[in-house]
Each structure stands twice: as structure tokens, then as C-alpha cells.
Design a protein around this ligand. Structure first.
Ligand SMILES: Nc1ncnc2c1ncn2[C@@H]1O[C@H](COP(=O)(O)OP(=O)(O)OP(=O)(O)O)[C@@H](O)[C@H]1O
Ligand SMILES: CC(C)(CO)[C@@H](O)C(=O)NCCC(=O)O
Length: 306
């Protein structure tokens, strides 16, 4: 992501200095607690990357609340605080849900009086039955495989302080779980994570990102993302081995080379294609681009100037 006029390019060494004089660092006990909640993330990244980010988000939350209060004063109506919505975009397997989970834990730790909830857009994929009927089974993750109307209604309800239900997707059954929902009930902060959150659907007047107060794009070299996709695939196979109800059970029981060949094909024909055609083009809509290198460590950040 070079030559982006409207972004500050900030190397890790510089970013970690930001806000350092203003905040109380997490104690080693708090860090260990976070580590137990989120075992894959590096504690050095927590302190040097994600803590300054949480403080930036704190400032943005204050601005959002002030803007909301000004508008209510201008209109002469009661000021009802609205949830702060944080969007997280990026490729399949780049680590969006891991970043979302970590930010949710850190925000809860730093702002204990705020209710933080987290959701993925995976649940808004059409069910396998619906995808089959629409001949979209091989297009899972592409824009047309999501029920965008329901997603927009969901986020509009959350922003307007209504209780909202989000369908739940399971990687184990490779489908939406019939009748299962996450209930989002008046959070102060909602983190919405998914490959499609910064996309502009063709036939809608309003986009998911219209509801965002801040957005992050998680980025990495595509060869690294492919490697992480395979690492996660191996983890999924390990878990599927003893579970006949798991979608991947047959692959987990059979020859690993056959399973890897299938995963390679899916990466090439679906996820890599989707990354280039529909996900990467949304990167320069984000307020912040987090660029990860080897071992998922963040090495560079791009912060939107204006
Ligand atoms: N910061 C990190 N440190 C170490 N491992 C990580 C980190 N972030 C993600 N991973 C690993 O990379 C893989 C992909 O991560 P994750 O499931 O968060 O991706 P995702 O972008 O949410 O994927 P999807 O869109 O398919 O749901 C997982 O195996 C996860 O454990
Ligand atoms: C659920 C999505 C679309 C996004 O997280 C992705 O993980 C996925 O399942 N993609 C379809 C191709 C595949 O099986 O990887």
C-alpha cells in the first residue's frame, strides 16, 4: 500500500511511541489474563500496537458522542447516545476475528463501564440450501452470497438502539446454524467484522460502512495469508478428526494430500479471487490499515489523514 496521499504511513517503531506518556500500561496480571482469553496474539503487539489503537478509539468515541450531542441540540431533540460501531475488513484468514476479539477484550479492560459486543458478517451468508437454490455454492464469500438487506437492517436497528438478532455461522458445519442467533442489545461499542464490511453493493442506497464510526482493514502479503489459510485448515482438520458431524470429517479421515489439494483449489478459485476482485478494492476506504508480516506481527500502519 504505497503512495496513498490521504494516509499517514507509520512504521511500527513510531506507532508504539504514540500516546505513551498519557496512559497507564496494563499490569502483567492484566496482560496474562488477556493472553489466556486470546492465546495466539503476541503480548508485545498488545502493548505496542493495540494499546495505542485502543486509546485512539477512545478519542474517536468522545468525538462521536460530542457530534451526536451537537446534532441533538441543533434539532432541539433529546440526545440519545448511539453505539460506536467499529468495522474490521480484510481477506479470508487474515486474522480479522482475532483482532476483533482482542480489541473487544482490551476495550472492556480500558473502559469497564462500556458494554462491548462483537459480531461477524459470516452469519449473514445465505444458508447452503439457499445458496444451492441460487446456484451460488461455489461463490461463498462473494458479494452476492450475502443477504445484505438483512445485514443493513440489523446494523440500522443496532444504531437506533433496538435489540437486534444476528444469525450464527459455523465453520464446523460449513453453514448457518438453523435457529441460532446472537442478540445485540444496546451495546456502547459494536465490533462488526467481515470480508464485506467496506463493500458497496450495487443495488443499495445505503452501505454497511455508512454506520461505521471507525474502520480497520487488516492487510498482509497474499503469500502470507495463503500460508495462514493452510495453517487454519490443518487446525480445522485436527478438530474434525473425531467429529463425524463436521463438514471436514471425510477429509480429516482420508489422505492429507487430497485434503490439501482441495484446500489449495478453494484458495485459488474462491478466496484468492474474492480478495483481488472484491476485498482489496475496499482497502482505501478504511480509516486505518494494519499491515501484518511474519507471525502476524504488525509492521506498518496507515492512518487516514482526512
Ligand atoms: N495475531 C495473531 N497471531 C497469531 N495467529 C493469528 C493471529 N491472528 C490470526 N491468527 C491465526 O490465523 C488464522 C486466521 O485467523 P482468523 O480466524 O482470525 O481470520 P479471519 O480473518 O477472521 O478469517 P475468516 O474470514 O475466514 O473468518 C487462525 O488460525 C488464527 O489463529
Ligand atoms: C465464511 C467465509 C466466506 C468468510 O469468513 C470464508 O471463511 C469461507 O468459507 N469461504 C468460502 C471458501 C472456503 O471454504 O474457504
Amino acid at each position: 500500500m504505497e503512495n496513498q496521499l490521504n494516509y499517514y504511513k507509520i512504521p511500527r517503531s513510531e506507532w508504539r511511541q504514540f500516546y505513551r506518556d498519557h496512559y497507564v500500561p496494563l499490569t502483567s496480571r492484566e496482560l496474562m489474563r488477556l493472553k489466556s482469553l486470546n492465546d495466539v496474539i503476541s503480548l508485545q503487539d498488545v502493548e505496542e500496537i493495540y494499546m495505542p489503537l485502543v486509546h485512539l478509539l477512545g478519542m474517536r468515541m468522545e468525538q462521536q458522542a460530542a457530534k451526536q450531542a451537537n446534532l441533538a441540540e441543533f434539532l432541539g431533540i433529546e440526545n440519545k447516545p448511539t453505539p460506536f460501531i467499529l468495522g474490521i475488513a480484510g481477506s479470508v484468514a487474515v486474522g480479522k476475528s482475532t483482532v476483533a476479539r482482542l480489541l473487544s477484550d482490551l476495550l472492556t479492560e480500558i473502559f469497564p463501564d462500556k458494554k462491548v459486543q462483537q459480531i461477524t458478517t459470516d452469519g449473514f451468508l445465505y444458508s447452503s440450501k439457499e445458496l444451492k437454490a441460487k446456484h451460488l455454492l461455489s461463490r461463498k464469500g462473494f458479494p452476492e452470497s450475502y443477504d445484505m438487506e438483512s445485514l443493513i437492517k440489523f446494523i440500522n436497528d443496532v444504531k437506533n438502539g433496538l435489540k437486534a438478532k444476528a444469525p450464527v455461522y459455523s465453520h464446523q458445519i460449513y453453514d448457518r446454524i438453523e435457529g441460532k442467533y446472537d442478540v445485540i442489545d444496546k451495546p456502547d461499542i459494536l465490533i462488526l467484522e467481515g470480508i464485506n464490511v467496506l463493500q458497496l453493493p450495487e443495488n443499495q442506497q445505503i452501505y454497511v460502512s455508512d454506520f461505521f464510526d471507525f474502520s480497520i482493514y487488516v492487510d498482509a502479503d497474499e503469500k502470507l495469508i495463503e500460508k495462514w489459510y493452510f495453517e487454519r485448515f490443518d487446525l480445522i482438520l485436527e478438530r474434525a478428526k473425531k467429529d463425524p458431524t463436521n463438514y471436514y470429517y471425510g477429509y480429516a479421515q482420508g489422505d492429507r494430500d487430497v485434503a490439501h489439494k482441495m484446500a489449495g483449489q478453494v484458495w485459488q478459485d474462491v478466496n484468492h479471487k474474492n480478495l483481488h476482485e472484491y476485498i482489496l478494492p475496499t482497502r482505501n476506504r478504511a480509516d486505518l490499515v494494519l499491515t501484518k508480516g511474519e507471525n502476524h506481527l504488525v509492521d506498518e500502519l496507515f492512518l487516514r489523514k482526512f
